[in-house]
Design a binder for this molecule. Structure first.
Ligand SMILES: Nc1nc2c(ncn2[C@@H]2O[C@H](COP(=O)(O)OP(=O)(O)OP(=O)(O)O)[C@@H](O)[C@H]2O)c(=O)[nH]1
Ligand SMILES: [Mg+2]
Length: 359
């Protein structure tokens, strides 16, 4: 039996995980068995926690991107196939990854045709965010992500009105090879229409895109990566929701001089879960999981941040912020995992040569 594999790329914070979740819900409602794959350069992923707490089977490729850890991706896919026999697997590569057609989609389609039917590559764009505040290298990476897209989804359509058409027209004229749809992974607008197409078609990309791997590596390295996990305890019950909001605000303020790609945190207490994200300065945190806020004396948190700064600064700001938002002066926090680094230059396991050339 072949499994349909839908790979959803796009820059950090564009809404990939939100679309995975919305699609999984829609497909499950239509009787499909669904599996999900998350991916990150570090360990302890907010995305994996979020998706698995919604009771969907999730496999994770952590510590490297799909293209550089192709055997790990294969293992994650097979684990899902063995455990839940999914009809459809939706997979989210690292948001600073590109060249997925040559390094992931085509190797899967060409080497494992009996196992996978690979859908057209979908790339998400955040309609509500311009990336021009990032460096020229990051803009280059963003351009390469779109240049290989077979489907571009202009996501977060719910946040824009008239501007949406202007953005859509500009993208369509620049990336005229791709089909383009405006969607909202939150409300589901346009998602059915996109799903119908990617369920019915296979990826037909036969080109190897021109990618300057030095620039790509520089773009990735400009973003510092922080993954942390910990526990906060207090003898006086406190609000886990306030703590979550305070942590994001404190970190955003501490990083006022840097560009935020995505800061997200997942917080659990005995009775509640919270998940919130910030994808740019000056915007309030968006809550993806919000529960009744019963005072607690302990919470567990996972914090992932991708910020255009150096790892030392990000590490220092994160530690300061976690300390500053202690619910009371006697409260204690314990870090059970903490890593902060620049991603290494990408070295794909496979990079298939072009069948046709395209720039
Ligand atoms: N308003 C609105 N917000 C959205 C939509 N899709 C995603 N978001 C929000 O955007 C933020 C980032 O979404 P994610 O789904 O985590 O983005 P991602 O692309 O998976 O991010 P990374 O995994 O860090 O690359 C979250 O706070 C979401 O709630 C949408 O359609 N509309
Ligand atoms: Mg994600």
């Amino acid at each position: 039996m072949t499994t349909r594999l839908i790979i959803i790329g796009g820059f950090l914070g564009a809404g990939k995980t939100t679309l995975l979740l919305k699609s999984a819900r829609l497909l499950t409602g239509q009787g499909y068995r669904v599996g999900l794959v998350t991916n990150d350069q570090g360990k302890d992923l907010v995305d994996t926690l979020l998706l698995s707490q919604q009771n969907f089977p999730v496999s994770e490729v952590s510590g490297s991107c799909f293209c550089c850890a192709f055997p790990d991706l294969l293992q994650a896919l097979r684990q899902l196939m063995d455990s839940v026999q999914p009809d459809v697997i939706l997979a989210e590569p690292v948001g600073s990854c590109t060249d997925l057609t040559a390094t992931v989609l085509r190797p899967l389609a060409e080497y494992y045709p009996a196992q996978f039917e690979v859908a057209p590559l979908t790339v998400l764009v955040d309609a509500a965010r311009e990336l021009d505040q990032f460096s020229a290298n990051v803009s280059y990476l963003f351009d390469r992500q779109l240049a290989e897209a077979e489907f571009i989804l202009l996501n977060k359509a719910d946040l824009l009105a008239d501007d949406l058409w202007t953005r859509q027209a500009a993208l369509q004229s620049q990336y005229s090879h791709a089909r383009l749809l405006s969607v909202s992974a939150h409300t589901g607008q346009g998602v059915d229409q996109w799903l119908e197409t990617v369920l019915g078609q296979t990826s037909s990309s036969a080109f190897t895109m021109t990618v300057d791997y030095d620039r790509y590596a520089e773009a990735e390295a400009e973003l510092a990566w922080l993954n942390a996990k910990g526990i906060v305890r207090s003898s006086t019950p406190f609000s886990a929701r306030h703590w979550t909001a305070n942590l994001l605000t404190a970190l955003e303020q501490a990083l006022a001089g840097s560009q935020i790609a995505h800061i997200k945190t997942h917080v659990s207490t005995l009775s509640a879960n919270f998940k919130a994200s910030i994808t740019q300065h000056g915007f309030p945190a968006a809550w993806d999981v919000d529960s009744e806020d019963i005072p607690t004396d302990q919470l567990e948190f996972v914090l992932n941040a991708r910020v255009s700064t150096d790892p030392n600064t990000l590490q220092q700001m994160a530690l300061q912020s976690i300390d500053a938002v202690k619910p009371d002066p006697l409260a204690r926090y314990y870090l059970t995992h903490f890593e902060c680094f620049r991603p290494l230059p990408p070295r794909p396991t496979y990079r298939l040569p072009a069948l046709t050339q395209q720039n």
